[in-house]
Design a protein around this ligand. Structure first.
Ligand SMILES: Cc1cc2nc3c(=O)[nH]c(=O)nc-3n(C[C@H](O)[C@H](O)[C@H](O)COP(=O)(O)O)c2cc1C
Length: 240
């Protein structure tokens, strides 16, 4: 498993194939078995396996044609409807107006999504996280009948048609003590590694090194403007 994890790369090129009922069931079991903060089950997930629905989702998330080709996209969401049901059942109010509540929900969903990812990798499937779902929250909520539940992450799973080369990674780990000067050194070294990695390769976003791609990613693709609809939904539903 460790070897498979170290060779893992995001897969955006899939063969059209279907997952067996058994595999889908074991993936459901994995999502349901993930640990949750104080056993509160703050999130949920829709497995989209239906070809027509995948096609429709790929039209909503128009930048990601892999959604149409993969075997399944799992959409993780924050289970706001259940909170409302629990309030109704107990005739009391939930104090969601704090970042801790929201980050707990998000963290639990991320753990479960990662467990699903790792289970898929263990079976030899290709996977790719889809943070892009946050750019189209309302349309996805409508399409999947999520009501007040807010999508936070997608995960593509399928049989790879081609496999990317492993991307060099930044060393982010310390033993016993953090060292900021070491971080700067590692960033500078990694920037050079990524310059050679990108040179001569075409990439969709025209990245040429680590530092400028970091700045561009955050200021353009993940900017407040692009994620405004999602941010407003979080503020509205969690009353933050
Ligand atoms: C939280 C998260 C969100 C991501 N969202 C997307 C996405 O929306 N679209 C996409 O093509 N890749 C997405 N990725 C994949 C990253 O681009 C990828 O992990 C990164 O470039 C490193 O490449 P590797 O996974 O091949 O090692 C996401 C990854 C993470 C962890």
């Amino acid at each position: 498993m460790i070897d498979k994890m170290l060779k893992r790369t995001s897969c955006r090129d899939y063969k059209k194939s279907e997952l067996s009922k058994e595999v889908i069931q074991s993936f459901k079991d994995i999502v349901n078995s993930s640990p949750t903060s104080t056993n509160c089950h703050h999130f949920g997930c829709v497995f989209v396996t239906d070809n027509k629905l995948k096609k429709e989702l790929s039209e909503i998330i128009y930048s990601t044609e892999a959604i149409d080709k993969c075997s399944m996209i799992a959409i993780f969401y924050l289970e706001k409807n259940m909170f409302e049901y629990l309030e109704e059942k107990t005739n009391s109010k939930l104090d969601t107006n704090n970042l801790s509540f929201y980050s707990t929900c998000l963290f639990d969903a991320a753990i479960s999504c990662t467990m699903l990812n790792d289970a898929a990798i263990s079976l030899g499937y290709g996977t790719c996280y889809q943070g892009v779902v946050k750019s189209f929250p309302k349309e996805i909520m409508k399409k999947l009948n999520l009501n007040n539940n807010i999508p936070v992450m997608g995960l593509l799973i399928g049989e790879p048609n081609s496999i990317n080369e492993v991307k060099p990674k930044l060393n982010k780990v310390f033993e016993n003590e953090y060292d900021f000067e070491e971080v700067k050194k590692r960033v500078d070294e990694y920037d050079e590694i990524m310059k050679s990695y990108y040179s001569g390769k075409s990439n969709k976003y025209k990245f040429s090194d680590f530092v400028s791609s970091f700045m561009k990613t955050h200021n353009e693709f993940l900017s407040g403007d692009i994620l405004k609809e999602w941010t407003d939904l979080i503020k509205e539903k969690f009353k933050i």
